[in-house]
Design a protein around this ligand. Sequence first.
Ligand SMILES: *[C@@H]1O[C@H](CO)[C@@H](O)[C@H](O)[C@H]1NC(C)=O
Ligand SMILES: *[C@@H]1O[C@H](CO)[C@@H](O)[C@H](O)[C@H]1NC(C)=O
Ligand SMILES: *[C@@H]1O[C@H](CO)[C@@H](O)[C@H](O)[C@H]1NC(C)=O
Ligand SMILES: *[C@@H]1O[C@H](CO)[C@@H](O)[C@H](O)[C@H]1NC(C)=O
Ligand SMILES: *[C@@H]1O[C@H](CO)[C@@H](O)[C@H](O)[C@H]1NC(C)=O
Ligand SMILES: *[C@@H]1O[C@H](CO)[C@@H](O)[C@H](O)[C@H]1NC(C)=O
Length: 465
Amino acid sequence: MCCSFSCFSLPLLQLLISFLLISSVSTNQNARKNHTDKNLFPSNMNPLELETLFKIMESMSSDQNWRMSHPNPCNPGSSWLGIECKTGIDNHFHVTRLDFGTPPNPTCKNTATFPSEIFELPNLESIFIFQCFTHTSTAISFPENKISSSSLQQLSLRSNPALVGSIPPHISSLKSLQILTLSQNRLTDQIPVEIFSLNSLLHLDLSYNMLTGMIPFQIGNLRGLLGLDLSYNRLTGPIPAAIGQLLVLQKLDFSSNSLTGSIPDSIKQLNSLIFLALSNNKLGGRFPSGLTDLQNLQYFIMDDNPMFRQLPLEFGHLRKLQELRLANSGYSGTIPPIYSQLANLSALSLQNNRLTGEIPTGFGNLSHIYHLNLSRNFLFGVVPFNSSFLKRLGRNLDLSSNPGLCLSPSEAFGVNVGIDVCGSNKTASSIRPLKKSDAPFQGPKPFILTIFWVFLALHQILFSV
Ligand SMILES: *[C@@H]1O[C@H](CO)[C@@H](O)[C@H](O)[C@H]1NC(C)=O
Ligand SMILES: *[C@@H]1O[C@H](CO)[C@@H](O)[C@H](O)[C@H]1NC(C)=O
Ligand SMILES: *[C@@H]1O[C@H](CO)[C@@H](O)[C@H](O)[C@H]1NC(C)=O
Ligand SMILES: *[C@@H]1O[C@H](CO)[C@@H](O)[C@H](O)[C@H]1NC(C)=O
Ligand SMILES: *[C@@H]1O[C@H](CO)[C@@H](O)[C@H](O)[C@H]1NC(C)=O
Ligand SMILES: *[C@@H]1O[C@H](CO)[C@@H](O)[C@H](O)[C@H]1NC(C)=O
């Protein structure tokens, strides 16, 4: 099932997810298009709105001719990919959707700059600008002294390497906004607190930018939020306790920032949470004991943090867990045997810690596991896996660089998991101290996630609203 998606890298997944979002929205919109529009005479556009649209096209499109070639861009027959219109009660066409940058939608010219006029289109519901601002630096801006389109539900500006500057506080005027995606741009400065007054927001994605400062406590105001992604920025300070107010949150990703402190106790209130990622930060301290309240959690991804403590027993009570990733974080002590009660666990990453003791015998009973990395620890004893387990995991089982581990000779035939058969002469010679470069905590590393279907689920939830 989901196994075949497990090796997708994060950017690739995001691409795929966005494609799904985009294609689904466009299907919805197409279905809404009413072809009886043809019978409305005259059903042209309000001249002001038409002129605004021409201005937007001129600042964006590589096709500079289209004012001539599409004098009535909303009319059926002359309609052009990347634009969708609806007939309003005034019997005029109104633009409801603009989509730039993803073929077959219009591509952007090298000198494309942010068209603040989009916020003057009165009926606009969604905007997608993907890989558009690539050469000429430009910033998100709003028209001066004009009321911004309050019907806008989805604003998606993604993968625009020349989109710079800060997120303008004025974004709070987009009162109907449900999906705000500003991922993979070069946005800087702090996240404006005004963003947290957008109380219709369902999905907020500011990932892969250069945002700085702390995560404002006002984030707790977004009571309807289902998905929150601030990963791959330069955020500092603690995770605000107010995060516990996001009671319906299903996906939370703060990976790859410089967050400090410990996971706040209030996290236990997020009992809709399915996906939680905190990898590659500077988090430490104890795990909140309320962690066991997160009974819907399926993914806990927290590699690369300076934890330097024992593995918490709490995870053993999160029975829906499918992925648990706690690599490169200085964990010591033994692997809690209670982890073998995670019957649905499919991936467990504990590599590059300081774990000692034996592998819990119950691990051999984890019937859904397909990826198990325990390499670079100080585990010892006979590996408790039989030959069918070893064959099932194959290359996805990594026990290497645990000097004291060995395979039972009866199970070892034809497998290579990086360790030797018990009693063989090689075992003795392979005992060697960890090299300095093998030491835990090697700093940031891209990590691999199995989040495809979580997004799929979120996306279905979002668009069934
Ligand atoms: C278009 O609208 C007309 C009248 O409002 C309605 O009868 C018709 O079923 C609609 N067609 C589609 C395809 O939605
Ligand atoms: C384990 O996964 C199966 C199949 O995906 C599901 O039906 C079951 O409810 C899951 N068990 C738990 C405890 O989540
Ligand atoms: C593994 O499963 C078998 C059969 O369900 C059970 O008898 C055995 O006790 C389990 N082993 C461990 C260590 O949990
Ligand atoms: C290996 O162990 C699993 C889990 O305990 C068991 O279901 C399976 O039958 C065993 N296979 C062999 C070949 O012993
Ligand atoms: C296990 O982790 C080590 C250390 O991070 C890595 O080099 C190795 O590729 C991983 N093995 C598997 C099978 O993922
Ligand atoms: C281990 O090595 C010794 C000497 O090198 C040899 O005599 C012995 O047969 C070897 N044992 C095994 C199990 O390979």
